[in-house]
Write a protein that binds this ligand. Structure first.
Ligand SMILES: [Zn+2]
Length: 201
């Protein structure tokens, strides 16, 4: 007797969902079953995904998200200092730093951090675009606002070596940053202080 399973489209959706970060097979299955319980739950999700694809993309310069055919407020804003670039792991870190109000320069989203165990190599991150921006803008300082965990430190050290060859001053967030943590664990005041007290690398 063939073993019983969900209909194929349902299996496919579970397979898609469990590929998302932080979701294992069990939680993916629970999530999909929850969606199926009420027909009104699926369509808004589908609409939101379609609208996302149709209207939003990452800025080719900073990597933060913008709506199609609009200028990036972070790159084109009239009051942004164009000679100082703050490098972060994720787009969410940009929002945290912006809300702290401590930084008026440009951002650069790397898209992750170096992690040999997860097969994240320099080619997977937006490192070459960063070096190009540094040259093009003739940047004076790059602040490495990546986390202080092992991967974050390795990423900072790797970037710092490359950036020094470009002749740019490199600094790192300082006091108040929890050891072993990313920016998502830090409140805005701590972030503000960490930026003010950044140290040169
Ligand atoms: Zn931008």
């Amino acid at each position: 007797m063939p073993s019983l399973d969900y209909p194929l489209p349902l299996q496919r959706l579970i397979a898609q969902i469990k590929g998302l970060p932080g979701l294992g097979p069990r939680s993916a299955e629970r999530l999909v079953l929850w969606l199926m319980q009420d027909s009104g739950r699926v369509e808004p999700l589908v609409d939101a995904l379609k609208e996302l694809v149709a209207r939003v993309h990452a800025c080719s310069q900073c990597g933060f998200f913008i709506e199609h055919e609009t200028d990036c407020a972070l790159c084109q804003g009239p009051n942004r200092q164009q000679k100082i670039i703050c490098v972060v792991e994720q787009a969410a870190d940009v929002l945290r730093l912006e809300r702290s109000g401590a930084f008026q320069g440009l951002y650069h989203v790397l898209g992750g951090k170096l992690s040999p165990l997860d097969n994240v190599t320099p080619d997977d991150l937006r490192i070459e675009p960063l070096l190009e921006r540094v040259r093009h803008l003739q940047a004076q300082e790059v602040i490495l606002a990546v986390g202080s965990d092992v991967e974050g430190e390795a990423t900072a050290s790797y970037l710092s070596d490359l950036l020094r060859i470009e002749g740019v001053s490199v600094s790192r967030l300082a006091q108040g940053m929890p050891a072993g943590g990313g920016l998502d664990y830090v409140d805005e005041l701590t972030l503000y202080q960490a930026l003010q007290g950044r140290r040169q690398m």
